[in-house]
Design a protein around this ligand. Structure first.
Ligand code: G3P
Ligand code: CA
Length: 240
C-alpha cells in the first residue's frame, strides 16, 4: 500500500519544519515525515528548508552564519496567527519525539547549495545513537552526499531527489546504491513506476497535493507520495 509522507510535516496547515507540523502529521496518520536539514555556525543540525532563515522566521541571515543560540531565539511560526511561538527544531529534538511513536523520517540533506562539512557524519552518528537506522531515509539533490552517507552507513536507506526526468531512473538509483528515488511527480509515468517497483526500487514522488494525481499514482502502485496534505492523502488512500 502507498505510504504517505508529510512534506515538511503537515505544512499545508502548520508552520513547515516545526515540531507542531510533525506532531500534526502524526495525528493525521502520515506514515512518515519529510524534513530538511542545514547546519549552524557551531555545528548543530537544525531542521529548516532554506539556507537563510528569512522566509520562514522573524529573523534574517544564513543558517551557517548563525549560532544555535541565535537560531533558537527565532520564531518559525510567526506567519501563523493562531499558533504560538515555534522554534526551529534540532535533529535531537525530533529524534527525542520519535522515540514515542513509529513514524518514518525522510531526511533531506540540504547540502546541494552549501556543502556543509561533516553533515553526513554528524547526522549518522545521531541516527545510530537513537537506533533509528531502519526509520530513516536519506535524500538529497546532492547525490555525492548520498554516496558518502552510504559508504559510512550502508544500513541506512538512501534515495536521490530527481527534479528532471532521467532515462531508466531505477538503474541510476541502483548504481549509486540507493533503494529508491524521489522524483518530481511531473517527471514520472506508469511505466517508470512499474519498472522501478518491480525491481524493488521504491518510487516516492514529491510534492503531490492534488486529489486526482494522488489517486492516479496510488492506482499505479507507487511506494509513497510526499505531500503537504496528509489528511487528504489518507482519505484518498482509504477510498482506493
Ligand atoms: O522531498 C522532496 C522535496 O522536499 C524537494 O523539494 O524544495 O520541497 O525541499 P523541496
Ligand atoms: Ca525537502
Amino acid at each position: 500500500m502507498t505510504k504517505i509522507f508529510a512534506h515538511r510535516g503537515f505544512s499545508a496547515q502548520y508552520p513547515e519544519n516545526t515540531m507542531k507540523a510533525f506532531e500534526e502529521a502524526e495525528k493525521a496518520k502520515a506514515d512518515g515525515i519529510e524534513i530538511d536539514i542545514q547546519m549552524t555556525k557551531d555545528g548543530e543540525v537544525v531542521i529548516i528548508h532554506d539556507e537563510k532563515v528569512d522566509r520562514t522566521t522573524n529573523g534574517s541571515g544564513y543558517v551557517q552564519e548563525l549560532s544555535y543560540k541565535d537560531i533558537r531565539s527565532l520564531n518559525a511560526g510567526h506567519r501563523f496567527k493562531h499558533i504560538g511561538k515555534e522554534t526551529i527544531p534540532t535533529l535531537i529534538e525530533l529524534f527525542d519525539w520519535m522515540q514515542d511513536n513509529t513514524i518514518t523520517c525522510n531526511i533531506e540533506m540540504k547540502n546541494n547549495k552549501i556543502p556543509y562539512k561533516g553533515m553526513e557524519e554528524k547526522t549518522i552518528e545521531l541516527i545510530r545513537k537513537y537506533g533509528f537506522e531502519n526509520r530513516i531515509i536519506f535524500s538529497s539533490f546532492n547525490h555525492y552526499s548520498l554516496v558518502l552517507s552510504y559508504r559510512i552507513a550502508p544500513e541506512i536507506e538512501t534515495a536521490p531527489l530527481l527534479s528532471d526526468g532521467i532515462y531508466q531512473p531505477w538503474i541510476y538509483a541502483n548504481a549509486i546504491c540507493a533503494k529508491g528515488f524521489h522524483p518530481n511527480y511531473k517527471r514520472i509515468d506508469q511505466e517508470i513506476i512499474k519498472s522501478s517497483e518491480e525491481k524493488n526500487i521504491k518510487v516516492r514522488a514529491y510534492t503531490v497535493n492534488n486529489l486526482k494525481t494522488m489517486k492516479a499514482l496510488m492506482n499505479q502502485g507507487i511506494s509513497a507520495i510526499i505531500t503537504d496534505e496528509p489528511i487528504l492523502a489518507r482519505e484518498v488512500l482509504t477510498q482506493q
